[in-house]
Write a protein that binds this ligand. Structure first.
Ligand SMILES: NC(=O)c1ccc[n+]([C@@H]2O[C@H](COP(=O)([O-])OP(=O)(O)OC[C@H]3O[C@@H](n4cnc5c(N)ncnc54)[C@H](OP(=O)(O)O)[C@@H]3O)[C@@H](O)[C@H]2O)c1
Length: 235
């Protein structure tokens, strides 16, 4: 898609980290956004910053795993934007530790946010994009959607689930001009790690992830990126 045209972009999990960074960077091209998350004050701040950079932003507050919330956000997004060219399904949460130490509540929250939240948006946006015969879906998966590591079993399971969801969706979208891709970053220095005793100096930066998102959105009609795996350059 060309950045010369004003794109209508939905970003879930836009109140912080990767989602916020994508919104602020793409705002420079004057696009229109519908941003979601649970924290109204943070969304308002991001929307203001988008406007300062030249974009137009609306937002919806609520849990991405809740059907009524997503139905309402989808309706609001359509009425504010007049259509959706790009969906960035990015909201996510992670709890880490040995499998037996993950609580049932943490299991449910991860699957609700990372898997159900993606499904709820896809089931609304895919029919719209099919009708337009145009659109780009980007799901924030993880390197842990492609591989596993200890003390991340349930998080890995959620990201493998979305990876499979997008792979199968790509098969279903064959013959259309609707494209779906995942971005698969390793550790990215975001508020995700706040309060966790980890060294962020060797992590990817949000700007690295933003570049991958731009590459996917800007790809030409003759290209259909499947996924972009980003690993930290500093070892
Ligand atoms: N940081 C990393 O190392 C890394 C690496 C690979 C993949 N990822 C993935 O990247 C995505 C973004 O993570 P991040 O690093 O930017 O973390 P972050 O700064 O913690 O941002 C997470 C975003 O998701 C939203 N969110 C979480 N639970 C939600 C819920 N139930 N309903 C609606 N929104 C919800 C948060 O908004 P509210 O708090 O306002 O609800 C926030 O905007 C996630 O899918 C994560 O799995 C992160």
């Amino acid at each position: 898609m060309s950045f010369d045209k004003q794109l209508r972009i939905v970003i879930t999990g836009a109140s912080s980290g990767i989602g916020e960074a994508i919104a602020l960077d793409l705002a420079k091209n004057g696009h229109k956004f519908f941003l979601t998350g649970r924290n109204k004050a943070r969304l308002q701040k991001v929307a203001n910053k988008v406007a300062e950079k030249g974009g137009i932003a609306y937002y919806g507050v609520g849990d991405v795993g809740n059907t009524d919330v997503v139905e309402s956000h989808y309706t609001q997004a359509l009425s504010h934007l007049g259509g959706i060219d790009v969906l960035i399904a990015n909201a996510g949460v992670g709890y880490f530790g040995y499998l037996e130490d993950i609580t049932i509540e943490q299991f449910d929250e991860q699957f609700s946010t990372n898997v159900r939240g993606v499904f709820l948006w896809l089931r609304k946006v895919v029919p719209l994009m099919r009708q337009q015969n145009r659109g780009q879906i980007i799901v924030t998966s993880s390197n842990l959607g492609l591989e596993v590591r200890p003390k991340a079993s349930i998080y890995c399971a959620t990201k493998h689930a979305v990876q499979a969801m997008v792979r199968a969706l790509r098969e279903e979208l064959k013959g259309t001009m609707v494209k779906a891709a995942t971005i698969n970053p390793g550790a990215v220095a975001t508020p995700w790690f706040e309060g966790r005793n980890v060294d962020r100096s060797k992590m990817l930066q949000v700007s690295d992830v933003v570049k991958a998102v731009r590459l996917i959105i800007e790809q030409s009609e003759t290209s259909d990126i499947d996924h972009i795996l980003l690993l930290p350059g500093r070892k």
